[in-house]
Design a protein around this ligand. Structure first.
Ligand SMILES: [Zn+2]
Ligand SMILES: [Zn+2]
Length: 393
């Protein structure tokens, strides 16, 4: 089968590799019809997470079940399925409570597993013609329709980008009438903002430093906040002050937002030196921006080992200095971590089917799998306005 293979830092190739096949009785093999490129793929591509040469990349796959082991009961050959990025067994101590990102069985000796991520198990990725799906009854979300139909791009975003964005709004406890700021207007950030909008937020601010992303944020109905124009915390406070009738007397202390989301992670840019990283920047900004009694959701990735930590604020073991006292004094609730796909995937699928949601509005590029090396390069350099690229196989 053809697959996108990691070769070395900033080098991928499309190569022939051994076909994915059923290895355990509860596996299926899926013929991939679409796979999406994710900022997390760049953590491997950029050589930050210690990926091994030869790794088949991709954790966002959609396709048709081609083969099934004899212990698979809930899905069958011919079913159209999307494959959540974080693999889980469905029945262990954590999965039983819906905490599927902390599955105890999928990667024995570890907590949680995923396709094509170093440290997350031996699972090959879905930027390939075929992918093996372990614990298939748990890890296939069955979908209506047929490959290439109007929902192809919507459904592929259930694999990771939208569930992660939705999870961020859960972590931040977003509810009706909340004011929300999302740092990062890549695919996950835009879909977190979109999720906040679906949940009834009254104001949604989308913070970034790339023009095309801010334009897309505005098109989707969020208030774009351009970091290149200065401190985003002051910009948002000013925008909120300027709204007619927005600030009744006595509510001055609540001029920030009730919910803040980090959709950037450890590769945050240092605002004073945008060519440099500072993994503390977004956390510092959110701690300043969030209102007393507010809530933060940290959905951007923070790696446990960083092969090239930022000279200011970075640390090879992922340690960070955070404004703990500010968060304590405001009484802020902070949620962290990877999305528990099991809780959300079928619900998000149904929002699409019912016509209530079109997450595919954030997809900017359609490509062939053979063109993956060029797209990785352009996405990594943040050129050509790539927000979300989908490979149609
Ligand atoms: Zn992803
Ligand atoms: Zn489990």
């Amino acid at each position: 089968m053809r697959a996108v293979v990691f070769k070395a830092t900033r080098e991928v190739a499309v190569e022939d590799v051994p076909d994915a096949r059923v290895e355990q009785d509860d596996d299926v093999v899926v013929r991939v019809t679409s796979s999406a490129l994710c900022g997390t793929d760049l953590h491997m591509y950029d050589g930050r997470t210690g990926a091994s040469p030869g790794m088949v990349l991709g954790h966002e796959g959609l396709g048709i079940v081609e083969d099934a082991g004899r212990a698979v009961h809930r899905v069958q050959r011919g079913d159209r399925v999307v494959l959540p990025a974080h693999i889980y067994c469905g029945v262990c101590f954590n999965c039983a409570r819906g905490d599927s990102a902390a599955c105890l069985r999928v990667h024995p000796g570890h907590v949680g597993g995923a396709y094509a991520m170093p440290g997350m198990g031996p699972f090959r990725g879905s930027q390939a013609e075929l992918v093996r799906v372990p614990f298939a009854d748990a890890n296939c979300v069955v979908l209506p329709g047929a490959p290439g139909d109007e929902h192809e791009d919507d459904f592929v975003l259930i694999a990771d980008a939208w569930v992660t964005g939705w999870h961020a709004t859960e972590l931040a406890g977003v509810r009706a009438a909340d004011t929300v700021a999302v740092f990062g207007a890549g695919a996950v950030g835009l879909l977190a903002a979109y999720s906040a909008q679906l949940r009834g937020a009254s104001e949604v601010y989308s913070v970034d430093l790339i023009g095309e992303r801010l334009d897309r944020a505005a098109e989707l109905g969020f208030v774009p906040v351009d970091v290149r124009r200065g401190d985003p915390v002051e910009q948002i406070r000013e925008l909120r002050r300027a709204r007619p009738g927005a600030r009744p007397p006595g509510e001055e202390e609540m001029g920030g937002v009730m919910a803040g989301i980090d959709a950037v992670g450890f590769q945050a840019r240092d605002r004073r030196h945008p060519d440099r990283e500072d993994p503390r920047q977004v956390i510092d900004d959110l701690a300043r921006l969030v209102n007393p009694t507010g809530r933060l959701g940290i959905a951007g990735v923070f790696t446990a080992t960083d092969a090239a930590p930022a000279p200011e604020g970075g640390h090879a073991d992922g340690s960070l200095q955070v404004p703990w006292a500010a968060l304590f004094n405001k009484g802020v609730t902070v949620g962290f971590g990877r999305t528990h796909d099991r809780r959300y995937t079928t619900h998000l699928r149904d929002l699409i089917i019912s016509g209530r949601a079109r997450p595919s509005q954030i997809v900017t590029h359609h490509e062939t799998l053979e063109n993956a090396p060029a797209i990785y390069d352009r996405f990594d350099r943040r050129v050509d306005g790539i927000i979300k690229a989908v490979f149609h196989h």
